[in-house]
Design a protein around this ligand. Structure first.
Ligand SMILES: Cc1ncc(COP(=O)(O)O)c(C=O)c1O
Length: 392
């Protein structure tokens, strides 16, 4: 595990309640200062540790309520949530699904698991999400769905995408893995598509260790996802399987942690937004770019990204090495999918991705945990200034 890997274990040294300064400031860490232990203890004491029981029901109910949709189905992680959503929509070989060129690989992988084709489309500067104009050009008679991503906690521009989907009779699956707590026109991200998918991995705004969920207000899709999540087993005749399903369920232990996390969600969003404001203030005079926040949204700033300008031409990876030497974790913004050979084969002739390429080459994420202390933000800011050759 490299020092810049966000997937770091929660260690006593980095405990938010631990005393003293930390040698290394992690990029991300879970914030488990609520009732997590109490609720997990209840699971163990009561024997509800597998995937049925009151904690899964409660987490699903409260999640649906928070996002403002009718149903939530928890899953083992966010990647299988995406696969379950696409499978429930009947996406298969020969179908095309439009995905942004800049995202975590799981978005495109879920399309590939279905045997369908991911169609890569560039993102916009304003929100780092799918560019609706380019999406309109990418639609073909084979297009079945749009898979917009709310990258780094900033909702993409949903209104034109939803209008386009209606016009062409396309399904919309929101990849809201990084965006629980974000708002678009005052409504929660994840409440707009036919289905929305979340991740509760250890570095997310709320975590269940590993975990995810599919949310929908459509009863038919909720039923379909429930069936496929549980081996495709016939509801009326147990152990009779009519079709190929999966075991994508979440455990009660995870759900109990999720319930405790969800109780604190507004506090967690506020902490991330405070981090972002503090970074902006401390780095305001540097010739670097900051994450966008369009007028229509509340971003959660799940990760706070710095965009290095082209003048002076700082080398991103060298900056990251200097930060690491100063005890500050960072990570590059996602590599654009078209740049990786695995996905380059889905690039259409003549297609270019200037925005994704620039963000992918010039962006880096700074420590963004809700557990960061003000003095640590000062330390990160000083390390950034020093790495960029400015006097701290
Ligand atoms: C945009 C995006 N989609 C999907 C996923 C997959 O979630 P998970 O890691 O829980 O499988 C992630 C996160 O890791 C993500 O960032």
């Amino acid at each position: 595990m490299s020092p810049s890997d966000p997937r770091l274990p929660f260690s006593p040294e980095s405990s938010p309640d631990g005393a003293g300064a930390r040698e290394r400031i992690p990029l991300a860490e879970p914030d488990l200062r609520g009732r997590e232990l109490e609720y997990v203890t209840d699971c163990v004491r009561s024997g509800w540790i597998s995937s049925i029981g009151p904690w899964v029901d409660r987490f699903e109910r409260e999640l649906a309520q928070y996002v403002g949709v009718r149903r939530a189905l928890t899953t083992a992680n966010g990647t299988v949530a995406l696969h379950l959503a696409l499978a429930a929509l009947g996406i298969g070989p020969g179908d095309e699904v439009i995905v942004p060129a800049l995202t975590f690989a799981a978005t495109a992988n879920a399309v590939l698991y279905c045997g369908a084709t991911p169609v890569l489309v560039d993102v916009r500067e304003e929100d780092w999400g799918l560019d609706p104009r380019l999406v309109a050009e990418a639609v073909t008679p084979r297009t079945r769905a749009l898979l917009p991503v709310h990258l780094y906690g900033h909702p993409c521009d949903l209104e034109p995408l939803l209008a386009l989907a209606r016009r062409h009779d396309l399904a919309v699956v929101e990849d809201a893995a990084e965006a629980l707590g974000a708002l678009y026109d005052g409504r929660p991200a994840g409440s707009f598509g036919d289905i929305s998918c979340f991740s509760f991995y250890g570095n997310k705004l709320i975590t269940t260790g590993e975990g995810g969920a599919c949310l929908t207000s459509r009863a038919d899709l909720a039923e379909r996802m429930a069936l496929l999540r549980d081996h495709g087993m016939n509801k009326a005749r147990r152990y009779w399987h009519d079709e190929l399903g999966f075991n994508y369920r979440m455990t009660s232990l995870q759900a109990a942690v999720g319930v405790a996390q969800l109780e604190r969600i507004e506090e967690l969003v506020a902490a991330r937004r405070r981090n972002a404001a503090a970074y902006r203030e401390r780095l305001a005079d540097l010739p670097v770019g900051f994450p966008p926040e369009s007028a229509r949204v509340r971003s959660t700033f799940w990760m706070f990204n710095l965009l290095l300008g082209s003048e002076p031409r700082w080398e991103r990876d060298a900056v990251m090495r200097q930060l690491a030497a100063a005890g500050v974790d960072s990570r590059p913004v996602f590599y654009p999918l078209p740049e990786m050979p695995l996905y380059a084969r889905y690039v259409r002739p003549g297609q270019e991705f200037p925005v994704a390429s620039r963000l992918g080459a010039r962006g880096l994420s700074l420590p963004s945990a809700t557990t960061l202390r003000p003095a640590e933000i000062d330390r990160v800011a000083a390390a950034v200034r020093s790495a960029l050759g400015r006097v701290p």
